[in-house]
Design a protein around this ligand. Structure first.
Ligand SMILES: NC(=O)c1ccc[n+]([C@@H]2O[C@H](COP(=O)([O-])OP(=O)(O)OC[C@H]3O[C@@H](n4cnc5c(N)ncnc54)[C@H](OP(=O)(O)O)[C@@H]3O)[C@@H](O)[C@H]2O)c1
Length: 223
């Protein structure tokens, strides 16, 4: 058993989730905050967080964006796979008093694990590495009571989850922007498919628009 998993992301018309590799997507908020409908779409994001038991993002997103991943009036569990133990120990998710779970493997540096334990951060062992066994992580999250998990990127984590059949729905909010760039992170990165038989089909189940933004919700045809 695993939680119901949905991805929510904000993307440009050309599918990019930030303006350039290595930069924070928070810049979109600064650029768009005066656009009509921005506040409403931001509220939708907070509504979705409030309806979830946990929120997951990739370690690179924590390193680059240093988000807090909070919900209003709810103590949301933050879940971060970090096989290499790279997340700085002074990141917001470690120091703001909220609940955080770090997914590790048998190869994660022991010194890093010791530091997490000192901070009373919950760790979950997800295989022998080098990468996090995301299916195992999901099973363990279910066992500790997480029934609905929201994933907020980045593109590498999104694709690794989708390609393993671990995502039920994806919600994309399209911003009225274009940024281009071959290396700029997109909604899904990772290795991509190798064969036409691996294409993942999605069914559009909701479209909602404000003046400048379009929200699309898809159900994924996963195993
Ligand atoms: N617009 C938005 O909605 C939005 C949302 C979030 C983030 N972003 C942007 O996205 C960018 C970061 O995205 P990113 O794609 O570089 O990184 P990411 O998805 O945040 O993090 C990469 C993750 O992939 C894991 N990984 C790598 N190979 C794997 C494998 N084979 N199996 C399982 N896990 C694997 C890494 O874990 P290990 O290190 O443990 O291997 C790491 O957790 C930032 O610029 C951020 O601002 C945008």
């Amino acid at each position: 058993m695993r939680p119901f998993v949905f991805i929510m992301c904000g993307s440009t018309i050309d599918g990019k989730i930030t303006i350039r590799q290595g930069t924070s997507s928070k810049i979109f908020g600064k650029i768009l905050k005066k656009e009509k409908g921005f506040k409403e779409m931001t509220e939708k994001l907070y509504q979705k967080r409030a309806q979830s038991d946990g929120i997951m993002v990739g370690s690179k997103t924590i390193i680059i964006d240093n988000p807090s991943l909070r919900a209003k009036n709810k103590d949301l569990v933050r879940v971060i796979p970090d096989a290499k133990g790279e997340i700085p120990l002074n990141s917001n998710i470690f120091i703001d008093g909220g609940k955080t779970i770090i997914g590790i493997t048998k190869r994660t540096p022991k010194s890093y694990i010791r530091e997490l334990k000192k901070k009373c951060i919950k760790i979950v062992l997800c295989g022998s590495g080098p990468n996090i066994d995301l299916s195992l992580l999901m099973k363990k999250l279910y066992l500790i009571g997480i029934r609905k998990l929201m994933v907020e990127g980045g593109g590498t984590l999104n694709w690794n989850l989708i390609s393993k059949g671990l995502v039920d729905e994806i919600i994309v909010v399209t911003f009225p922007l274009l940024v281009g760039g071959l290396k700029t992170p997109t909604i899904c990165d990772g290795d991509g498919i190798e064969d036409i038989n691996e294409i993942i089909f999605a069914k559009l189940i909701r479209v909602y628009r404000t003046d400048s933004f379009v929200l699309k919700r898809y159900k994924l045809n996963q195993k």
